[in-house]
Write a protein that binds this ligand. Structure first.
Ligand SMILES: Nc1ncnc2c1ncn2[C@@H]1O[C@H](COP(=O)(O)OP(=O)(O)OP(=O)(O)O)[C@@H](O)[C@H]1O
Ligand SMILES: [Mg+2]
Length: 421
């Protein structure tokens, strides 16, 4: 089958030759894009599998390249000649696949390679290839982002939306070009794999835990066990059946979290609902602890996102959950998310936030709107909210939350810049 190519090279002499070289049995040019906006729109419409760009395309930056890759478009840079300033500029943007426009044979070869193996970089690079490096041009003069943040997403009973928040937040962190790993560590049964339409029953978490148990867990094996959702986001899928919780031993989960922290900018953990200390229930300290994994995740997290519902029953549970958290893990830093806020409840957003802040003493309280349509669309399509409802209110609220947790501010809707925390 012939692959569609988007050509967006700006005003360069080699464009005509490039267009001719791209016609053949393996490739066809679906669009000559006049600018970055045109290129991104064509990629978002899934018109092509490849994009050829040059350093002369105005406003081409890492963000554009990451967004193309998010839309499953492999990106190849074209230059007129080797060792030129253009080549250096493309490499600075993190483009590994480069071709010289007049070398038709290599051009086809590189395009085929990029198509077949878009992540043709070492595993360590694969984790961090989209994370900004300290010398990144986009972040000039400001501090590089602190790496290796762990965010545990927890909440009490009643399905307040832990998995929706975990996945939504991870996808938005990845959208910030930060290598992100989502670990589904809910010991009552994994949900993230089915939310992403991953039908096979292999559990990335169990595989990683087994590797940790025999001392074989490193960045490379973690990357192998984690399913790739897009260039910046991977997922360690959870338990296929709830009765396999005994295999997620706390000490092994800690090892997985430590490894993830060392290779990813963000590790987000979807946790189970209970943090009750099992020994007190069973009187048997040697017995495996079902809630041990959740406690381990929370104890090792830099931030604990505590999710609760917005209705009176859920708010009561949320306040009790926050109290329980402060008792069981006194060192935890809670970041409260009140989910499914809706007009029919009769309270304004600020009334809910102020009440929860006052009753719990937690300063960071955010809300997410109830958006059945967007959440259902994501579930039915097996995709993230970022992919299938990027402009929905709930997605935008998750985006703001991701920026807040990452210490990044959006600058007038343009290029993102780091803010000092
Ligand atoms: N902001 C929202 N707007 C509308 N529906 C939502 C929202 N957040 C979550 N939901 C829906 O609520 C249900 C429960 O969400 P989710 O699975 O994330 O909860 P959970 O806390 O992970 O529950 P579980 O105990 O099953 O793990 C799902 O059907 C989800 O689509
Ligand atoms: Mg869940």
């Amino acid at each position: 089958m012939s692959s569609g190519v988007l050509v967006a090279v700006g005003a360069v002499e080699f464009e005509a030759g490039l267009l001719t070289a791209l016609e053949g049995p393996s490739f066809h040019v679906v669009r000559r894009c006049v600018d970055v906006a045109d290129l991104l729109a064509a990629a978002a419409a899934h018109q092509a599998q490849l994009a050829v760009v040059s350093a002369h395309l105005r406003n081409l930056d890492r963000d554009v390249i990451a967004r193309l890759r998010q839309d499953n478009v492999a990106v190849v840079g074209a230059t007129a000649e080797a060792s030129s300033a253009d080549e250096a500029a493309l490499r600075r943007l993190g483009l590994e696949s480069l071709v010289f426009a007049d070398d038709v044979a290599t051009l086809r070869e590189v395009l085929t390679e990029a198509m077949n193996d878009p992540a043709a970089v070492s595993v360590a690079d694969a984790w961090m290839s989209v994370a900004p490096s300290p010398d990144d041009q986009d972040f000039d003069g400001q501090e590089p982002r602190r790496r290796g943040q762990v965010i545990a997403v927890w909440g009490g009973s009643g399905a307040p939306g832990r998995s929706v928040v975990s996945l939504g937040l991870s996808a938005e962190l990845a959208r910030l070009r930060a290598a992100t790993l989502l670990i589904d560590a809910d010991v009552f049964g994994g949900a993230v794999a089915s939310m992403l339409g991953m039908l096979d029953e292999t559990s990335g978490l169990l595989a990683a835990a087994r590797a940790a148990n025999v001392g074989a867990l490193d960045g490379e094996s973690l990357a192998r066990h984690a399913r790739r959702v897009n260039p910046a986001l991977r997922v360690l899928t959870g338990l296929p059946r709830a009765d396999r919780w005994t295999e997620v031993k706390p000490v092994l989960l800690r090892h997985v979290i430590d490894m993830a922290r060392s290779v990813c900018a963000f590790t987000v953990i979807d946790c189970g609902f209970s943090i009750e200390i099992d020994e007190e229930i069973s009187y048997d300290v040697a017995a495996p602890r079902r809630n041990g994994a959740t406690l381990e995740a929370i104890e090792n997290a830099d931030t604990v996102v505590v999710v609760g519902g917005a209705d009176p029953v859920s708010l009561g549970r949320l306040i009790r959950a926050l109290h329980e958290l402060s008792q069981v893990v006194p060192g935890a830093t809670p970041y409260v998310v009140i989910n499914r806020v809706r007009d029919s409840l009769g309270w304004t957003e600020s009334e809910i936030v102020e009440t929860v802040a006052r009753l719990s003493g937690v300063a960071s309280v955010r809300t997410l709107p109830d958006d059945r349509q967007a959440c259902d669309r994501a579930l039915v399509h097996g995709r993230t909210l970022t992919e299938c409802a990027p402009d929905a209110k709930v997605t935008k609220a998750l985006r703001a939350m991701a920026a807040d947790l990452a210490g990044v501010s959006e600058n007038g809707g343009k290029r993102r810049r780091l803010a000092r925390r």
